[in-house]
Design a protein around this ligand. Structure first.
Ligand SMILES: Nc1ncnc2c1ncn2[C@@H]1O[C@H](COP(=O)(O)OP(=O)(O)OP(=O)(O)O)[C@@H](O)[C@H]1O
Ligand SMILES: [Mg+2]
Length: 154
């Protein structure tokens, strides 16, 4: 599917469309050039999922964890139902731009994060391609000449 984002004002609506398209899938690899808008779009998705902490690029930390208490993902109507849907309150946001080698990625426990059942949003996945689960959803972000963004996902 394709989602178009005209400008930053269109981010919230685009994030909502993305969330509807996520289904039960958990691991999303965001491909796109430097400055394409990966962090910006992931931030919008996290906000739409109910994250209240500030979502910033985890470039220096490799992985950031955010908490959400809004059960948007499981479609449950209150937070007590939330764990029953198999979705915990955590969202993981990775940026592998500064990763030096696969070993380093492996050592931070990527496998456990990816298998946690929590949503995982990954920037610069090409640097750890071998460690991505088979069912990782590929998301492509492209910048158009007019500055609008086109998001493509399976
Ligand atoms: N949909 C959008 N519409 C307009 N401007 C945008 C949009 N998305 C991102 N931008 C702008 O583009 C710039 C780069 O965005 P962002 O940091 O999200 O890119 P990135 O893909 O994460 O880059 P990097 O590869 O360095 O991590 C920011 O100044 C941001 O405000
Ligand atoms: Mg970024």
């Amino acid at each position: 599917m394709e989602i178009k984002i005209k400008d930053t004002e269109g981010l919230a609506a685009a994030a909502q469309q993305f969330i509807e398209a996520m289904g039960e899938r958990k691991v999303f690899a965001f491909y796109g050039k430097m400055g394409a808008g990966k962090t910006t779009f992931i931030k919008a998705i996290c906000e739409a999922l109910g994250v209240e902490d500030v979502v910033t690029s985890p470039t220096f930390a490799i992985v950031n964890e955010y908490m959400t208490f809004q059960p948007s993902l499981g479609g449950a109507t209150d937070s007590t139902e939330f764990p029953l849907k198999g979705v915990s309150g955590s969202i993981f946001h990775f940026d592998f731009y500064r990763i030096k080698n696969l070993r380093e990625a492996y050592d931070i426990g990527t496998e456990e994060y990816f298998c946690s059942g929590c949503p995982c949003f990954i920037e610069w996945p090409e640097l750890i391609e071998e460690l991505l689960p088979e069912d990782t959803v590929k998301v492509n972000i492209e910048v158009r000449e007019d500055g609008s963004r086109t998001i493509q996902m399976d």
